[in-house]
Design a protein around this ligand. Structure first.
Ligand code: AQP
Length: 332
């Protein structure tokens, strides 16, 4: 039984991509692994949230985890900021990470865009903190979406750099788990960009808290084309929005894309969208209802978060003491 670590930023608008690409898979994994599911609020600071909104979004992510089936008694659900050792280790790693490694990070280039000079140091150093998030718990496995692969490779490189610098195999290199069931969900308005919390258009995504009517409306409005569905996914490569909707259906129904294309071959998108709406509602409606119930009771959410934080802190504290000793800090 390994130990897994993963997390989501509390930046609001938690969406179907976060669910199908991450949370849904974690629910199954927690049965076989000791699991830490973090709410990475330190990372969220790179986007300068209003303090009150940040608190609200942290509780929303916690409620979403629990509503989707993460068991707060078994797995650790906690905000990153409640375990100071993440930052302590991030500093030690910062001193071992060459700038050249960070300059290669695609996500920084994408997120900073043309405003590179204005981008904050936190965004640039994000993958170093992410490496610390994982390694402070000596996590053996990290379930991630395809988009996070480069960051996990960097975490492995940093772990290797630490081991070499201090001449011991302290860190085992964490393995990324990129599941077949972990679909990359694209925007409902542009099938070439991923569904994202920060997209300015709410019609680009299905949010966890969207009600039945809104979900149906968003899917009906989702961009498609007037051609019928082909029986082969390869024949639709130039139709990214169409492929995305078929992919969402396939993931929810636990089918392959080929099977879904065959099932709907020759159909236009209007009848397909009706079926897709049914699939999404069947999965997301009960989660939304549980989430709303949980959010009415802030004390219970905070109790779960406190419990998760206590467990995470105690594990991290043990490791940071060993690490401080290895690097030569005095134990006072
Ligand atoms: N569209 C997606 N399809 C599949 N998986 C996705 N994930 C995010 N978007 C999709 C997965 O969700 C986990 C946590 O993501 P995050 O919120 O920490 O950061 P992100 O990847 O930057 O997510 P967003 O929605 O794009 O947020 P913003 O807009 O705030 O940057 C990861 O496992 C990720 O793979």
């Amino acid at each position: 039984m390994g130990r897994i670590f993963s997390g989501i930023q509390p930046t609001g608008n938690l969406h179907l991509g976060n669910y199908l690409g991450a949370i849904r898979n974690w629910v199954n994994m927690q049965r076989a692994h000791e699991s830490l599911f973090c709410i990475v609020d330190l990372h969220a600071l790179t986007t300068h949230p209003e303090p009150q909104k940040l608190q609200e979004h942290i509780r929303e992510v916690a409620a979403a985890y629990i509503a989707a089936g993460i068991d707060p008694e078994k797995s650790y659900i906690f905000p990153q900021s409640s375990v100071p050792a993440h930052c302590e280790l991030a500093w030690i790693f910062s001193c071992l990470t060459p700038l050249g490694w960070l300059n290669r990070m695609i996500q920084f280039k994408e997120k900073a865009g043309k405003q590179r000079e204005q981008a904050n140091l936190g965004l640039y150093a994000y993958p170093v903190l992410q490496a610390a998030d994982i390694l402070i718990y000596k996590a053996t496995h990290v379930p991630i979406g395809e988009d996070q692969k480069q960051h996990i490779e960097l975490a492995r490189d940093i772990a290797g750099a630490f081991n070499r610098q201090y001449g011991q195999d302290y860190f085992e290199l964490p393995e990324p788990i990129i599941l077949k069931t972990s679909a990359r969900i694209m925007s409902l308005r542009d099938g070439t960009v991923k569904m994202s919390k920060s997209d300015s258009s709410d019609y680009s995504r299905i949010n966890f808290l969207d009600d039945t009517d809104l979900i149906a409306h968003k899917i009906r409005k989702a961009k498609t084309d007037s051609d019928p569905i082909s029986g082969k996914p390869e024949a639709m490569e130039h139709r990214p929005e169409a492929l995305n909707l078929l992919g969402i259906y396939a993931t929810l129904a636990n089918l392959t894309l080929e099977e879904v294309c065959q099932q709907f071959e020759g159909s236009t998108f209007a009848p397909f969208k009706k079926k897709l709406i049914e699939q999404i509602l069947a999965e997301m409606d009960p989660i939304r209802k549980r989430m709303i119930d949980l959010l009415k009771d802030q004390t219970t959410i905070d109790t779960f978060l406190k419990k998760g934080s206590d467990k995470a802190r105690s594990l991290a504290f043990h490791h940071i003491k060993e690490i401080q000793d290895i690097v030569g800090f005095l134990s006072l």
